[in-house]
Write a protein that binds this ligand. Structure first.
Ligand code: SF4
Length: 133
């Protein structure tokens, strides 16, 4: 199975979505926002490679605490939609486990991106998580 660049998975609370979240920060972003708090994710080559199955193994390990807190899995970055197939595979596996998912995207779709993972999400839910600028 193909290994995609992700930087790290972090168990956090109160940010990146409702409840306790396991957040994966995928490497690679075409933007250079002045306010970026994750500049270590900009370069895709700096990411640690992982397969979707490896990520899902970790999600499964935390599934009880994620579900008990009303939390779930968030995929952030970087710009996660630069790796749409990887994101789609992880979300599909998480949904099969009954895990809530959230996508943290800038909405900037580069030439290599697809909006398929975002389309599979409920757009209203995504807007609620992102909030107003
Ligand atoms: S889109 Fe996000 S990760 Fe990319 S530079 Fe802007 S704030 Fe940073």
């Amino acid at each position: 199975m193909k290994r995609a660049p992700s930087t790290r998975g972090r168990l956090v609370t109160a940010v990146d979505g409702p409840g306790t979240r396991l957040t994966y920060f995928l490497a690679g972003c075409p933007l250079r926002c002045l306010y970026c708090h994750n500049p270590d994710t900009w370069q895709m080559r700096r990411g640690t490679r992982a397969t979707a199955d490896e990520v899902l193994t970790r999600v499964r390990r935390y599934s009880h605490v994620l579900n008990a807190s009303g939390g779930g899995l968030t995929i952030s970055g970087g710009e996660p939609l630069l790796q749409p197939d990887f994101v789609a595979r992880i979300f599909r596996g998480a949904k099969e486990m009954g895990i809530h998912t959230a996508l943290d995207t800038s909405g900037f779709l580069g030439a290599r991106a697809s909006n398929e993972p975002a389309r599979r999400h409920r757009p209203g839910a995504a807007r609620r998580e992102v909030g107003r600028p």
